[in-house]
Design a protein around this ligand. Structure first.
Ligand SMILES: Nc1ncnc2c1ncn2[C@@H]1O[C@H](COP(=O)(O)OP(=O)(O)OP(=O)(O)O)[C@@H](O)[C@H]1O
Length: 298
């Protein structure tokens, strides 16, 4: 079975900016994968090259085994990309635009799938509206529908929820999850890290055009994210032996960074033995944002 996406040693330069510096990435069929990174890390550049909208300076990219250059047509047919920027034709209605896009892929009689897309994306009552008259969030839904018109096995979404309200975001994710359950591979870039954490089982983090982390979401959280514990202590004193765990103090509240929940038991024992009682205790769950900040700042 071919990987859904295979990227080998991809480099891309814009003038003096080295946007991608030897990116290697392999995404298996059926994965729900997140591509994360700060602004300018190279995410959109990589996606544009995958979609055939830009050319790599060197390296190879394949979609379901089809080289994006040598086998452009098949690669293009296998992938649906929801671009970050809102680009649309001002003179088409939503339905016309989707029919036109179907024609581009030589698909006739696509109305049943177009109706399903419109329904699933909450666009049915906008089907005959001109795209230019829609709100920003609605235009974004149209872009999603447009990318899916040929039922691509691999779906890439470049910040699909930027500027999208909560309800819309949830219905969009409901639909994308369904497609993933039905076997579509999903690759997503987002700046909402909780979104990536909830949806994606594997994550690549890009920084200045390089992959700096590639692992399952669970492993990244275990490896990089700390459990933050805050405790109001009485008397307000932290025994020396616990100092290495300290991550700050705010009056009587001491903050500790732990690697595992099990360490908390030890901390409480040390405090009890030192005659210090815990007047208040708060434990915060590690999240992908911690991992992201750690990797991006290092
Ligand atoms: N067409 C272009 N011409 C010149 N420079 C470009 C072009 N496209 C991208 N760049 C530069 O390449 C680098 C990577 O940009 P890219 O848009 O891929 O980052 P990104 O990770 O998608 O960022 P964001 O999260 O802001 O969308 C940036 O420094 C950007 O300014």
């Amino acid at each position: 079975m071919f990987p859904a996406i295979e990227i080998r040693q991809v480099h891309k330069r814009f003038g003096t900016v080295q946007a991608l510096r030897g990116v290697d990435l392999s995404i298996q069929q059926g994965e729900f994968f997140a591509l994360l990174g700060p602004n300018g890390a190279g995410k959109s550049t990589l996606i544009n090259i995958l979609a055939g909208l830009a050319l790599a300076d060197s390296g190879n990219l394949k979609v379901l085994g089809h080289d994006v250059r040598a086998d452009y047509r098949e690669a293009r047919r296998s992938i649906g990309v929801v671009p970050q920027e809102l680009v649309y034709d001002a003179f088409f209605t939503v339905r016309e635009m989707l029919q036109f896009q179907s024609g581009y892929f030589n698909i006739r009689n696509n109305d049943a799938w177009i109706d399903e897309l419109l329904e699933s994306l909450g666009l049915t009552d906008k089907a005959d509206a001109y795209v230019r008259t829609l709100s920003g969030g609605m235009k974004r839904r149209v872009l999603v529908a447009q990318a899916l018109v040929h039922k691509p096995p691999v779906i890439v979404l470049d910040e699909p929820t930027a500027g999208v309200d909560v309800e819309l975001r949830q219905s969009l994710w409901g639909f994308i999850r369904r497609l993933n359950r039905e076997g579509h591979t999903i690759v997503l870039t987002t700046h909402y890290l909780e979104e990536a954490e909830t949806l994606c089982s594997r994550v690549a983090m890009l920084k200045q055009g390089e992959v700096v982390a590639l692992d399952t979401t669970a492993n990244l959280l275990n490896r990089y994210a700390a459990i933050q514990v805050s405790m109001r202590l009485d008397p307000p004193r932290l025994p020396d032996i616990l100092q290495p765990l300290s991550s700050g103090q705010d009056g009587e509240v001491f903050k500790l960074s732990l690697k595992h929940h099990a360490e908390l038991e030890n901390v409480l024992r040390v405090l009890r033995e030192a005659g210090i009682s815990v007047a208040e205790l708060g434990v915060s769950k590690p999240d992908l944002e911690d991992v992201f900040l750690k990797l991006v700042r290092s």
